[in-house]
Ligand binder design. Sequence first.
Ligand code: EPU
Length: 429
Amino acid sequence: MEKLKVAGGDFLKGTVNISGAKNSAVALIPATILAQSPVTIEGLPNISDVSILGDLLEEIGGKVSLENNEMYVDPSNMISMPLPNGKVKKLRASYYLMGAMLGRFKKAVIGLPGGCHLGPRPIDQHIKGFEALGAHVTNEQGAIYLRADELRGARIYLDVVSVGATINIMLAAVLAKGRTIIENAAKEPEIIDVATLLTSMGAKIKGAGTDVIRIDGVEQLHGCRHSIIPDRIEAGTYMIMGAAMGKEVMIDNVIPLHLESLIAKLREMGLHIETSNDQILIIGGQKEVKAVDIKTLVYPGFPTDLQQPFTSLLTKASGTSVVTDTIYSARFKHIDELRRMGATIKVEGRSAIVTGPTKLQGARVKASDLRAGAALVCAGLMADGVTEITGLEHIDRGYSQLEEKLTGLGATIWREKLSDKEIEQLQNS
Ligand code: EPU
């Protein structure tokens, strides 16, 4: 086990290249199950979720290779092997195996997903969609059993706007008989990316990226080559770090449109931001930045995945900021750790109230989930002294080459092995 150490105070300058989107990758890889011939996905991020999903595809009989961030999947000999335990429990997105395997084999057994603990994360809308398409779904000892004689298109209204349910229903519906209509669908760019892959495979999908998606089922899907979209959350994380400590930070390989809510908030704080086709430049170094309120919302609102790193940035703003997470009620596990570093923040219900400016101090902190980890790295960059972050397995699930990218911008950040004593302390905490 390792810990990450950040020596704070260095100004960031230079260009950071953004990897492929994690939340697309984790859906695109299971989607390959639906094809009858090989699919290649290029530009994947170098993160543990990608390699675990590759392993899972091999477990069900796929031929998989992953080289230079390009995954080749030959799904022709896959079988509907039950996956009740093991690696499926390591990531939440393994729920996409349900939609994809149900679509191709009309049956699947998938262990209930793991992932970050952000409060309740039900999958009732996914199940509602599968049932509407004709599947019989049961939960037996922590695994979901899905079976259908045949899948038939249906009209499905999502009671909650859900990225996962929207994609999962698309996966199950592309090979169903007839037309499926998903109403109140999520509109995140990752949904469009998955629809683009499925369309290249021969699926008929209209309206992805709007709140009504229409899918006309086809008999079979074929292989293709797909290039993934850039990770807007990774890009947003570096933008926030650039806003916190940057002189001039250029974010390269990004779609600025995907980050309009963040750009607007950073400008409101007083930062200077320039955008072009696929780059965003953040000019920091302002003497004072203003406090702002944020409320996380479904896309195109402010993303919940950036709420945590943004909270770290707000500790340096003058005044009181209110951060409200309307998507996940308990996504505040980073707050105690930021307080340990000297931040003045209190949590009231779904909101965190940040009073600044505060000069953070390096401390020993623990990442409880992926974006809490990003928040702590951001805080570490801003703090006086050295910050030690444990819980790296969370950060490695979502950030490709974090230390290399930050070192390239001038930060002082490195990994060290945990001592036996530290491992024992962590296990007891
Ligand atoms: N919800 C339900 N029932 C469902 C599904 C969702 O009540 O059947 C609720 C959730 O509890 C939540 C809200 O609906 O309150 C939105 O959840 P959604 O289904 O959209 O989230 P998700 O698909 O499970 C994805 C990302 C998350 C990101 C959310 C919101 C993936 C693999 N994960 O999760 O990313 O926070 O959308 O944008 O795509 C992350 O990257 O750190 C991360 C957690």
